[in-house]
Design a binder for this molecule. Structure first.
Ligand code: ZN
Length: 1078
């Protein structure tokens, strides 16, 4: 229910400077996840551009930059045709019947999933009723998950706080945070936990079997026997507590979830999603916030928390998932050891989610959100129309048809409903993500943001009239074909990006399973898909889709229109309210009470800051260096050329899909035009040619390919001043459609006309709206790119195209589009002519060699069609932002604090140990101080080995100066560090896990291209790996000297509340140059 549509658009101006910094969509919706994504936290090894961006279909839930996660509902329309791994014979697909009985299980049902070439067996643990789905196939990226139904009764955030807390130590693993030990020292390809409105999921994934079972055991012990139910301090740390350092100071609230949720509640999009969901479901569990409302969280008692765990974290209420190529017998052995300790309880009945009955009358809800003072507040309203589709389960074919309908209406820029909303000029960007069928009852939400006060009433009318029109007139055959092909392609490809495929399947199955329905059904889409296609063919699309629009939307009285009004007072009002509450509390306390609170505060901090004893650490199972390959993973690459253009070929099994990338050197683009490049890319995809308007062009791409995208990509190059900067076109198609793919790429590059002023204006407004959200929600990446831009040209280039400078540029551009469109249009043409050249391009092909060979004829024609002339370099990019510390003020309840320096400037020579050290700093020192005792949601560091920039960043942080002090003390931390062999080995293994991260074939091909562009050779990779593997404690000490030496040349950027910046400047005058951003 958040701004999925906006996120889809965000993909078009993907900013490489923000690469590793994004959260899974779960966090952005009303789902919460325990940790920031590991890749997000330890952005040591940058893996730019591994995912599809741009008009790649079905991007709901995908994020705009870096490590995007394919949200499971993306795939909820239908099922892929096959798992994309080379076929090979396998041995065992199910556990032996004797063992099943012996371990106390019974087999409930078994099916071969043709769609995934997998065998799925559902077991029931007889004594407790726990259910287990065991999926076996050839996928080496094994997945385990345990899910409990955890519907909350209030907004104290119990499920969310519990989700955090159970991973803080357990019976068998009695250390502070086994979860962090796993983050540090395992080869996991996925490790996190999510809280939904009605369930809590604990998934792990790994390609290494031994590692996988280690992860599973730690998770099982954590959920069933956590320390947090007996140790109140864990609840205080993760949930909430009062903090008082000295009786003379003010009492404050602290807690990881408390601050995480303050961040969530500081984002208007999140507020809108929350208000909408709660208004749609006033009568059941979805009417409260499972994540926790910061105003309500402090009402939660430890006793309620304990009781919630006792009741719901029980085998009788558990659904367990295994997936991959490991031994199915071993899975049952592992699980039964835990389940056998329990007797059945009533949890399964008590955790049932009740159905929200449908309204007989539509409703309207008006709420306020905390807005900044910048800009015209009258234009900052948000409107979202929401429907609850049904109060009884939908059959698979209806769900599938609704998924198609959703894609038809909203899935692409050419989709009519989406187009109508954006072209109406009533708002800048779309909110509400269309169909959402994650929960018990499906919803549909849609609206606009940045709406003028006088237009607020018009949004609903517009949506309704457009729906009526679509019901009356239906969709064009081209549109239907495009959606069909797009969805089918996506299913066949089953490309879940960096998200494990087995996890995406688990989440999908859960949509039925959790509610007592058939878990196999959501995985068996081939038949319903065929039926739907047959119906469309026989009866026509209108006969299929019009009744859906009519019944589920137009005639449906369960409709809630939510209007969100900007309120510049609200932010400070909630802060004042919180302060007054705490002052009242303090006033009511006796001297003894105060002394006791100071003591408790100290005690908690001491506990948090005391390292685990070695014997506790030793309980967490880990691999030894012998378990990991000493050689780097190889990606096949053959370097050739076609008429003088370099062509890279990666011979990989891709299941008949060709992945093609074209990278054009961007260094010839005039530096003044750089901020226009993201919008240039969007225009290329969405402006149309002389012969085809953009709708036709978009539909053609949908009908003939698996998606095409275009975006700028910039990285520093080690040892060079000039950055490595490209405009990249990515496309994919089935083998039968290769020619169409290259034809379309040529049309996009050459024939698109930059003449549509009105459309361009929309792009500008959308980008502006997106950047506004980024300022509040991704302040750490804004800060990081700002700091980068002060230190190197690559950083500066990226910031021009996606940072605060870009945001500034958009304000000017918006006016210029009205006042002087011809010059804007001319600039767009100028960008095209300045980079489009055969000589300055690189072609990257990934598929089986036969397919690559076939593709080369088409590559040749494409290259022949491109201009051949050598381009002159217009201007040398030689800029950096002014060197100053900045405080960027935004309306937020939590801050993002950054500090960075370039360690190469101190003479430091890159050594693989830097990866180990920086990951270690992030997972220990910063995690403990910034997150655990500081109360921030995240604290991490990032080392860019290309530029040498080493940065510290915090995320949703209640502090500012304190956090900077922690960064500075990193030097002492390293100097005083004592590391036993075990801990060092773990740190090394965890780093190798990052280096060897699991990738699907398209990502492998792309990574290999980036390495080629950056001049990273196999020899160098080998050397780095050896350095990583031989990292010693002395390297940590040497690194302390490096950080020390770079201290004097470091820069600070904080994206923070105005108050906190002022307070910081008061205590350290002149520290930050203040600038109000929102
Ligand atoms: Zn959380």
């Amino acid at each position: 229910m958040s701004a999925h549509a906006a996120e889809k658009m965000a993909c078009l101006s993907r900013n490489p400077a923000l690469r590793c910094f994004s959260l899974p969509s779960f966090v952005q919706r009303t789902r919460y996840s325990r940790a920031l994504q590991p890749s997000f936290r330890s952005g040591v090894l940058r893996r730019p551009g591994l995912q599809w961006v741009g008009v790649a279909p079905l991007q709901k839930g995908r994020l705009s930059s870096g490590c995007q996660v394919l949200h499971h509902r993306t795939l909820s329309v239908a099922a892929p045709q096959a798992v994309m791994s080379p076929p090979s014979p396998r041995t065992q697909t199910e556990a032996s019947p004797e063992l099943v009985t012996q371990l106390g299980f019974e087999k409930v049902k078994e099916q071969f999933l043709d769609e995934y070439k997998s065998t799925a067996v559902l077991y029931r643990h007889k004594k407790t009723g726990a259910e287990l789905m065991s999926v076996t196939n050839e996928d080496e990226n094994k997945v385990f998950g345990i899910v409990f139904r955890t519907p909350p009764k209030d907004s104290t955030g119990i499920p969310h706080i519990l989700e955090h807390s159970v991973l803080c130590g357990s019976r068998k693993y009695p250390l502070k945070e086994p979860f962090v030990e796993l983050l540090k020292g395992s080869l996991h390809t996925f490790l996190n936990a999510f809280t939904y409105p009605d369930r809590t999921c604990y998934p792990v994934a790994s390609t290494n079997t031994k590692d996988f079972y280690n992860l599973v055991d730690v998770y099982l012990d954590a959920v069933f026997f956590p320390k947090c139910v007996s140790d109140k301090q864990i609840f205080q740390q993760e949930g909430w507590h009062h903090e008082l350092n000295d009786p003379s100071e003010e009492v404050t609230f602290k807690g990881v979830v408390f601050n995480e949720m303050k961040g969530v509640y500081s984002q208007p999009d999140s507020v809108l999603g929350r208000v909408s969901q709660q208004a749609l479901f006033p009568d059941n569990t979805y009417g409260v916030d499972s994540g926790g409302d910061p105003a309500v969280i402090p009402k939660l008692s430890f006793e309620e928390f304990q009781e919630f765990h006792r009741k719901f974290y029980h085998p009788s209420n558990a659904r367990i998932w295994f997936y991959g190529d490991d031994d199915p017998n071993e899975r049952l052995r592992l699980i039964s050891a835990y389940l056998d300790e329990f007797e059945a309880n009533e949890a399964a009945r008590e955790s049932e989610v009740s159905v929200q009955k449908l309204f007989s009358e539509p409703k309207t809800v008006v709420e306020k959100y905390a807005a900044g003072e910048m800009g015209d507040l009258k234009k900052k309203h948000m409107v979202c129309v929401n429907w609850l589709l049904a109060d009884s389960p939908l059959d698979m074919e209806t769900e599938l048809a609704l998924g198609f309908l959703d894609h038809l209406m909203l899935g692409t820029p050419a989709a009519p409903l989406r187009k109508a909303l954006l072209e109406s000029g009533l708002g800048d960007a779309i909110v509400g993500g269309g169909l959402d069928d994650d929960l018990l009852q499906a919803q549909f939400s849609l609206g606009l943001k940045n709406v003028s006060e006088e237009n607020v009433g018009k949004i609903e009318d517009l949506i309704i009239s457009k729906l009526k029109e679509l019901a009356d007139e239906g969709f064009t055959p081209e549109a239907v074909e495009a959606s069909m092909n797009t969805i089918e392609f996506s299913l066949r490809e089953n490309n879940t990006g960096s998200f494990p495929r087995g996890l995406s399947l688990m989440l999908r199955a859960m949509g039925n399973w959790l509610y007592g329905r058939d878990p196999f059904e959501p995985l068996r889409f081939a038949k319903p898909l065929e039926n739907l296609k047959a119906r469309i063919a026989n009866e026509g699309a209108k006969a299929v889709f019009s009744p859906l629009i009519q019944n589920f939307l137009l005639d449906n009285a369960h409709k809630v229109t939510v209007m969100l009004q900007p309120d510049p007072e609200k932010g400070s009002a909630s802060e004042t309210e919180e302060k007054e509450l705490l002052q009242k509390l303090k006033a009511s306390m006796t001297k003894e009470d105060l002394a006791e609170l100071v003591r408790a505060t100290e005690e908690l901090r001491l506990k948090q800051e005391t390292p685990d004893p070695p014997e506790a650490l030793a309980t967490v199972p880990s691999l030894s260096l012998k378990d990991i390959p000493s050689e780097p993973t190889q990606i096949p690459m053959d370097v050739g050329d076609i008429n003088g253009t370099t062509v890279l070929r990666h011979d990989l099994f891709t299941n008949d899909v060709l992945y093609a990338d074209l990278a054009f050197d961007m260094s010839s683009v005039d530096s003044k035009l750089l901020p226009l490049v993201p919008l240039f890319c969007q225009s290329v995809m969405e402006m149309g040619t002389k012969d085809m308007d953009f709708v036709q062009l978009n539909q053609l791409i949908g009908r003939k390919t698996g998606g095409i995208s275009i975006f700028p990509s910039t990285s520093a190059r080690r040892g060079k001043k000039e950055p490595c900067s490209h405009i990249v076109v990515r496309g994919k198609a089935m083998s039968s459609q290769i020619q169409e793919l290259f034809d379309l790429i040529r049309i996009l590059l050459q024939d698109v006309q930059f003449t549509d002023q009105q459309r361009f204006k929309q792009f500008v407004c959308q980008s502006k709206a997106r950047m506004e959200s980024a300022m509040r929600g991704r302040g750490h990446s804004i800060a990081a790119s700002r700091m980068d831009a002060k230190m190197n040209i690559a950083g500066w280039v990226s910031e021009q195209m996606g940072g605060l400078s870009y945001f500034d540029y958009l304000q000017t551009l918006e006016k210029q589009v009205d006042s002087d469109w011809p010059s804007v249009s001319e600039s767009l043409n100028q960008i095209r002519t300045s980079f489009l050249s055969r000589q300055r391009s690189l072609v990257n092909l990934t598929a089986e060699s036969k397919l690559i060979t076939r593709a080369e004829t088409h590559v040749t024609s494409l290259l022949d069609a491109l201009p051949a002339g050598e381009l002159s370099k217009v201007e040398c990019w030689n800029s950096c932002l002014e060197w100053s510390n900045e405080g960027l003020a935004v309306p937020t309840q939590v801050n993002y604090v950054g500090k960075a320096s370039n360690i190469y400037d101190t003479g430091y020579q890159l050594n693989g140990s830097a990866y180990v050290i920086s990951k270690y700093i992030g997972n220990t020192w910063l995690w403990d101080r910034v997150r655990v005792s500081g109360g921030a949601y995240g604290g991490f560091c990032d080392f860019d080995s290309h530029s040498g920039v080493f940065s510290f960043l915090s995320y949703r942080d209640p502090n500012l100066l304190e956090t900077l002090d922690i960064y500075d003390k990193t030097v002492e931390f390293l100097r005083e560090l004592e590391l036993d062999d075990d801990s060092l080995t773990k740190a090394i293994i965890g780093t190798i896990g990052d280096v060897d991260s699991y990738q699907l074939p398209d990502a492998k091909g792309y990574t290999s291209m980036v390495r080629y562009q950056l001049g990273i050779t196999e020899e160098e990779r080998k050397q780095r790996r050896e350095e990583i593997l031989s990292t010693k404690l002395s390297d940590f000490k040497k690194f302390a000297d490096v950080l020390e030496a770079s201290k004097s040349k470091s820069v600070v950027v904080a994206v923070a509340s105005e108050d906190d910046i002022a307070t910081a400047n008061k205590s350290r005058p002149g520290l930050l140059n203040v600038r109000k951003v929102l």
